[in-house]
Design a protein around this ligand. Structure first.
Ligand code: CA2
Length: 149
């Protein structure tokens, strides 16, 4: 039996399984496993259980988001490239009616113009971009504060 305050879901989009292998100047040198470990520590510090999921497939991400309804209290999502293209992911997030925090490792607003548009941001309680892996800790702290308010 868990005595946790609640349960959070971290959703990682396409290619984030490649973290730490290429483009460290943009995305940092930590692996996805490192970031998941950071998320587990941040959630545990605040009394939350945590699930993580990564997929390179839009439909699998939609399935994971739909499954969060009834099992999670909030979602942290880095939709990666689907940020800029996916109405399906935005609709799935909206349908959960759960609080969502959108995270980007890089400052998407300082890069190519197409990265400044997000289908997910209108569904999000908060958006964190450019803080690197620490952005995930900020997102978890914000969700915990939101859920306890
Ligand atoms: O800054 C972010 O976190 C992004 O969501 C990352 C996405 C990008 O499409 C978004 O515009 C911003 C790309 C993730 C790809 O990650 C890689 C990591 C290592 C090697 C190759 C790709």
């Amino acid at each position: 039996m868990s005595s946790a305050t609640g349960r959070l879901l971290i959703v990682h989009g396409p290619n984030l399984n490649m973290l730490g292998t290429r483009e460290p100047g943009i995305y940092g040198s930590e692996s996805l496993e490192d970031i998941n470990a950071l998320c587990h520590r941040a959630a545990a510090d605040l009394g939350y259980d945590l699930d993580t999921v990564q997929s390179n497939h839009e439909g699998a991400l939609v399935d994971a988001i739909q499954a969060a309804r009834g099992t999670a209290d909030g979602i942290v999502i880095n939709p990666a490239a689907y940020t800029h293209t996916s109405v399906a992911i935005a609709d799935a997030l909206r349908a959960t009616a759960l609080p969502v925090v959108e995270v980007h490792l890089s400052n998407v607003h300082a890069r190519e113009a197409f990265r400044s548009h997000s289908y997910v941001s209108p569904v999000a309680e908060a958006v964190i971009a450019g803080a690197g892996s620490t952005g995930y800790r900020f997102a978890i702290e914000h969700l915990a504060a939101y859920l306890s308010s």
